[in-house]
Design a protein around this ligand. Structure first.
Ligand code: SF4
Ligand code: SF4
Ligand code: SF4
Length: 314
């Protein structure tokens, strides 16, 4: 019997849903034989409050499995997520926004009011523009990962997640088994040359190409962190290329951390400081250190900075 499945998106860019489509041919048997999609706003018109929008309660149908992408940034996101938890036996957080806040959680690093005014008023050429407050769901105090609000059964990070891993998770549900997912770091799956110590102590921004010979295979290139670039591979979960070569490293650019931290209960910033120290890099030379958490600013990772007093500012 096909498994009743629900898709939902919260503070999402729809890239995670594109990743589902990118499962490719394997998606055909999934959709025609194994899964019964009973609710998927990206594919089918299904109003939350009745088909004419005149109901008073959310009506997401019951399902065996639910996939939810995006973090929780508004009152509506929270209502939808709570409904998903109530209606789905297995709830899967799909993508790094859902698992760690993702890019939108960068907003957690600044005062929310100033941030919104910055977007809608300061950085616009429209003098009449203001922060919308009519007929839009009220924002929460910050952007949350889904597991900060409800219990999540399975985490599938990635910005976007790897399509093969999405297929593996869905087939595991269909076959009633545990999915086979990577548990290593990006570095653990990276074949470059590591000499154990960086060549320079200053961490460089990636404004110039790394050093490598174009005709050489990737395992002849020296580690990008050791070349002095900020590569988040030591503290980032593997899986972006399934079991293959990390995608950015294949393109010879540093890992930006889009799969979120490798240790769910760890401190990614602290772990990266340790990795830099082991490499002989000066953490103080990192430009915009808080941007290291650009994909994982939920769970209290990013908070607005305390304002300095007049005396502290001198
Ligand atoms: S994880 Fe990435 S692809 Fe998925 S919704 Fe967030 S920003 Fe988009
Ligand atoms: S730091 Fe980057 S380049 Fe070096 S091994 Fe790790 S992922 Fe590869
Ligand atoms: S190498 Fe890092 S930033 Fe690039 S796709 Fe993989 S996890 Fe994401």
């Amino acid at each position: 019997m096909a498994v009743r499945t629900v898709l939902e998106w919260l503070n999402s860019c729809s890239g995670c849903e594109i990743a589902i489509l990118n499962i490719g041919e394997a998606l055909v048997p999934l959709l025609t034989r194994h899964l019964e999609l009973v609710h998927a706003p990206i594919l089918m018109d299904h109003k939350y409050l009745g088909q004419r929008g005149d109901g008073t309660e959310f009506n997401i149908p019951e399902a065996e499995v639910g996939l939810v992408s995006g973090g929780v940034a508004t009152v509506e996101h929270l209502q939808v997520l709570l409904q998903m938890r109530e209606k789905c036996r297995i709830l899967i957080a799909l993508g790094t926004c859902a698992t760690h806040g993702g890019i939108p959680a960068l907003m957690n690093g600044q005062d929310r009011k100033e941030g919104w005014e910055g977007v809608f008023q300061t950085r616009t050429t429209d003098p009449g523009c203001s922060v919308p407050d009519v007929e839009v769901p009220a924002p929460l105090d910050r952007v949350y990962a889904c597991d900060e609000k409800v219990e999540i059964d399975l985490f599938l990070p990635g910005c976007p997640p790897n399509p093969a891993l999405i297929a593996e998770v869905l087939m595991a549900v269909v076959e009633d088994r545990d999915p086979v997912l990577p548990h290593k770091s990006v570095c653990d799956t990276c074949p470059v040359i590591r000499e154990g110590k960086g060549a320079v102590s200053v961490v460089r921004r990636f404004l110039v190409n790394a050093e490598f010979l174009a005709e050489d295979p990737i395992d002849r290139m020296r580690c990008l962190l050791e070349q002095g670039f900020m590569c988040m591979g030591p503290v980032t979960a593997a899986g972006c290329a399934g079991g293959g070569l990390p995608r950015c490293i294949a393109a010879r650019v540093p890992c930006r951390g889009c799969f979120g931290p490798v240790r769910r209960d760890g401190n990614q910033m602290l772990d990266m400081m340790n990795a830099l120290a082991s490499n002989g890099s000066d953490f103080k030379s990192v430009v915009d250190r808080r941007s290291l958490l650009r994909f994982s600013g939920a769970h209290g990772g990013l908070r607005p900075l305390r304002r300095k007093s007049a005396a502290e500012r001198g």
